[in-house]
Write a protein that binds this ligand. Structure first.
Ligand code: KG4
Ligand code: ZN
Length: 328
């Protein structure tokens, strides 16, 4: 039984996962309301909110799993990448619980966590798997060669996919948080009414900053769009981002000959991306986690911790936060 703890950004999360594959409890406290008035995550506000919520969230995860710290074999906590103050709260909490309960505490890479959301969604999934991580801070194409062994094939050169969606939503005045707002607006629009550029780079790299600039220029030329025009533009942005992601994953799958693929991270919650990916890849070929495992959660951290521990990784004390920790 692994207790997972995630506090890298604006979600305070704890979960209990059995055998690395079965979610027993999964509690997420979202700080959305604390950050709304600022239009983005304020690091100090986030760290303070983690401090207030961490213990109650862990207690709730244990209670929902009908267990106590005694029943836990391993504590897995995100140690990066993320906001330093936020990571420190999670790590200090996890190590305090580890010392109090005599439990090993393993530091987990947040991106490895996202990768393992695919293994939680599909317990029969076996490496090698090609995983596209699309979140607010990352757009990475990762080859999972074996459990806990990753090879980074390519990343974004500039903005992450989620960052691009958030910035475009802000330009469009769709509100906060941008990604989900853009998703809702896109459902009401017609993408074919607006032409936006799609950047295609050689190799396995992505780029999204040109799209954001194109949206800004489009709005300069067509100021004060009515609601229909707003929805059409949102749909076009969504299609452009989803198209680049799905094309990139498809191309990587052909080049590497690895036909088992997954899309994970907050952006994989996007309706248009999910539809496009399901149409491109066969149902036996593609894994996209259910929505609660796409966005930040601690079940994925527990699962990653379990498999990394099984692969021979050992706990370190003291555990150090690393805001720019890389995968592999
Ligand atoms: O993985 P995540 O929850 O946190 C990070 O590790 O960054 O990803 C957050 C990102 C944000 O950019 C958010 O706008 C985006 O995922 N996102 C979405 C949707 N839900 C979350 N983007 C598009 N459509 C959605 N439904
Ligand atoms: Zn994340």
């Amino acid at each position: 039984m692994t207790l997972g703890i995630e506090t890298s950004c604006d979600e305070t999360a704890a979960a209990v996962v059995a055998d690395g594959t079965r979610v027993v409890s999964n509690v997420v406290y979202s700080q959305l309301e604390q950050h709304r008035e600022f239009g983005g995550v304020v690091p100090e506000v986030a760290a303070r909110a983690h401090l207030q919520r961490l213990v109650p969230v862990v207690e709730e995860a244990l209670a929902r799993a009908d267990t106590q710290l005694d029943g836990i074999d391993l504590i897995a906590v995100t140690r990066g990448p993320g906001l330093i103050g936020c990571l420190l709260v999670g790590i200090a909490g996890a190590q305090g619980m580890g010392i109090a309960g005599g439990k090993p505490v393993l530091g987990v890479n947040h991106l490895a966590g996202h990768v393992y959301s695919a293994f939680l969604a599909e317990p029969g999934l076996k490496p090698p798997v090609l995983v596209l991580i699309a979140s607010g801070g990352h757009t990475d194409l990762v080859l999972v060669e074996a459990h806990a062994r990753y090879r980074l094939l390519g990343s974004t050169r500039d903005d992450a996919a989620g960052e691009c969606l958030d910035k475009c939503a802000r330009l469009l005045g769709l509100g906060y948080p941008g990604g989900p707002a853009l998703d809702r607006a896109a459902r009401l629009g017609d993408a074919s009414r607006v032409t936006l550029p799609r950047t295609r780079l050689p190799g396995h790299e992505f780029s999204f900053s040109g799209l954001k600039t194109a949206v800004r220029r489009h709005l300069e030329l067509n100021p004060a769009p009515d609601q229909d025009a707003q929805h059409d533009l949102a749909a076009a942005v969504e299609m452009a981002v989803a198209g680049q992601l799905v094309d990139g994953l498809d191309r990587a799958s052909r080049r590497t000959g690895i036909d088992r693929v997954a899309i994970v991270g907050g952006v994989s919650a996007n309706t248009g991306l999910r539809q496009m990916a399901l149409a491109r890849f066969g149902p036996g070929q593609l894994t996209v986690p259910p929505l609660d495992l796409c966005t930040d959660n601690a079940a994925m951290i527990a699962a990653a911790g379990h498999f990394h521990s099984a692969a021979g990784e050992t706990p370190a004390y003291p555990l150090l936060a690393d805001p720019s920790l890389e995968l592999g």
